[in-house]
Design a protein around this ligand. Structure first.
Ligand code: DGJ
Length: 571
């Protein structure tokens, strides 16, 4: 009898624990995508990050969060300031964190907390004054000429102890106050870590470690993962001779990029210890963000050694507890940057991007093309408080689409589209029978803004293949023709008028060389909404002028919509 009771209690406890585990935010793999699971369901984060000083007053938080709800966000990235939670050493005040959680719950938002601890944009500006003033106990990094910087040393155990104690207390507080409700779903450890002015720290301790052998763990990692190393890292190592032992300069060559690798190892080692300490208090997904190595800048001109794509192997080896490296995007070349961070070993999450109207379509691209986890313009509270703001419209549409997006993530059934005035066309050869010729909406010349010198807003969206010859097309400012690959000659024949007739006489408009092949026609094209269970709800049938009399599907630049497209084939 006693045995029976014990095993019954054991079963109940296991079930309760399993249930709690399933409900706490975690990662799950689907096909070749990682999904963030929140409240038992995979989600995409339609988010925004608060400006740096916007979570330092309860009044501001109370004013901003309802606006974020109106904008359609489902998550907000919020800084936690070390100097405010531990103004006096060892005494913690989590009033602001509590207010963030309270307001988030009231406004139906999930929260990603950003630990502005030892480093924020490289610097230690968010460290409390008692820490800053005691530079003996809490030493700084130094330039080659010996100048101390306001960058706490990652080599100092005292720095780590002070920073990690506060971080651990924060995590324990969140566990205590939110461990059941899971309003807080993820944590960013520090902010844009990296060394400035020089590529590495030149303090005595750093110099000593730089002259010491490269840690065996890193050497083994590079050898064991040779086939999948980031091409930059493999190349750097091989060009230096591919040695498997030696000091940093011997193994990687003596230059500032080696300085950067060295520094990355130590930053990442520090971060891993932070993650472990934080997770002892509360287990949540954790990530780090990076300032980009853009505009021809060299390490030290950008924050050297941050969690950058070319350093992913060093970061992975030293900080396996970090779930992803996330790019902060403020530069031109959005598509290129996103591709650099969606790697086989790194899901794409964009915690920061410059706030601008084009973000609306860019969010679609991130989810459609890269199975993104989330998208989050910076200083989101500065966006216009209007339901017509493109990001608000985009998020409303993506929220509807979420059940379909998460269903198809990782299965190769989605593509993202993004066009501007120069990059206006993408031909997607989906399979041997189907090519999608996708373009910016303004490649159709019928809207005056297409040709009157106006700057084109970016157009973009996503395409989901639901079945053979059945697609969802969603977004803004796009037009798509479906062709049999044998028929698509690469020729654009846009000289037809909006009615589908030749715009002027004698120009052979619309005629292409016919190669005897199956043709694809448009069946029903319906504008739809998506129900929470992923089924589609008919809004209206689009035909005639709205499909160029059956030649294409399109969504104008002035709004977002979702189309359900069915094709047929004829000979
Ligand atoms: C990137 C940082 O991570 C943010 O905190 C902020 O400083 C922005 N840059 C620019 O304002």
């Amino acid at each position: 009898m006693k045995k029976l009771v014990v095993s019954f209690v054991f079963c109940v406890l296991s079930a309760v624990m399993l249930h709690a585990q399933q409900l706490s935010p975690h990662w799950s793999r689907q096909g070749n995508a990682m999904q963030l699971v929140v409240d038992g369901r995979p989600v995409i984060l339609l988010a925004g990050e608060l400006g740096n000083s916007s979570a330092s007053s309860a009044e501001d938080i109370g004013r901003i969060f309802p606006k974020l709800r109106r904008m359609g966000l489902n998550a907000v990235l919020v800084p936690v300031y070390w100097d405010l939670i531990e103004a006096e050493e060892g005494r913690f005040d989590f009033t602001l964190v509590d207010e963030v959680i309270r307001q988030a719950r009231q406004n139906d938002l999930k929260v990603v907390l950003l630990w502005f601890g030892a480093w924020k944009n490289s610097m230690s500006c968010y460290a409390p004054l008692w820490f800053k003033k005691d530079s003996k106990k809490y030493p700084r990094c130094r330039t080659q000429e010996g100048k101390p910087l306001e960058i706490a040393s990652p080599f100092s155990e005292d720095v780590f102890q002070a920073d990690s104690r506060a971080f651990e207390r924060l995590m324990a507080h969140v566990a205590e106050t939110d461990g059941r409700e899971h309003t807080v779903i993820m944590v960013q450890v520090e902010n844009e870590i990296g060394m400035l002015e020089d590529a590495r720290d030149y303090s005595e301790q750093a110099n000593r470690l730089f002259a010491a052998p490269v840690p065996e763990a890193l050497m083994e990692y590079l050898e064991d993962n040779k086939k999948t190393l980031h091409p930059w890292m493999l190349d750097k190592w091989q060009k230096a001779g591919g040695r498997t032992e030696g000091n940093w300069a011997e193994v990687f060559g003596a230059d500032i990029y080696t300085d950067e690798i060295f520094m990355a190892w130590h930053y990442a080692t520090y971060v891993e210890r932070m993650v472990r300490k934080g997770r002892e208090a509360y287990r949540l997904p954790m990530y780090v963000n990076a300032a980009m190595n853009s505009r021809n800048r060299k390490p030290g001109e950008y924050p050297s050694a941050g969690p950058l794509a070319h350093l992913i192997d060093v970061w992975h080896c030293a900080a396996p507890g970090i779930d992803l490296l996330a790019p902060d995007l403020y530069d031109a070349g959005f598509k290129d940057w996103t591709a650099r961070y969606r790697l086989h070993n790194n899901p794409l999450f964009i915690p920061e991007i410059r706030l601008e109207p084009n973000d609306g379509v860019r969010a679609f691209y991130v989810f459609g093309e890269h199975d993104g986890i989330g998208f989050s313009p910076f200083s989101i509270e500065s966006a216009p408080d209007s339901p017509d703001y493109p990001l608000a419209e985009s998020y409303r549409t993506l929220r509807e689409l979420m059940p379909l997006i998460v269903k198809y993530q990782g299965k190769g059934a989605m593509r993202g589209l993004l066009f501007d005035q120069r990059d206006k066309e993408r031909v997607v050869r989906w399979d041997k029978n189907t090519t999608l010729v996708c373009r910016h909406f303004f490649t159709l010349p019928w809207d005056a803004r297409a040709t009157d010198g106006s700057l084109w807003p970016e157009g973009g969206g996503l395409v989901i293949r639901l079945a053979d010859d059945e697609y969802i097309v969603a977004g803004s400012g796009i037009v798509i023709e479906f062709k049999h690959p044998d028929e698509w000659s690469g020729q654009v024949s846009q000289k037809l008028g909006e009615d589908g007739f030749a715009a002027t006489g004698g120009n052979d408009a619309g005629k292409t060389v016919w190669k005897e092949t199956e043709r694809i026609g448009l069946g029903p094209v319906d504008e739809v909404s998506v129900n929470p269970d992923g089924t589609l709800k008919y809004i209206r049938r689009l035909n005639g002028d709205q499909t160029h009399q059956g030649r294409h599907v399109r969504i104008g630049v002035d709004g977002f919509s979702i189309l359900h497209v069915r094709l047929y084939r004829y000979e």
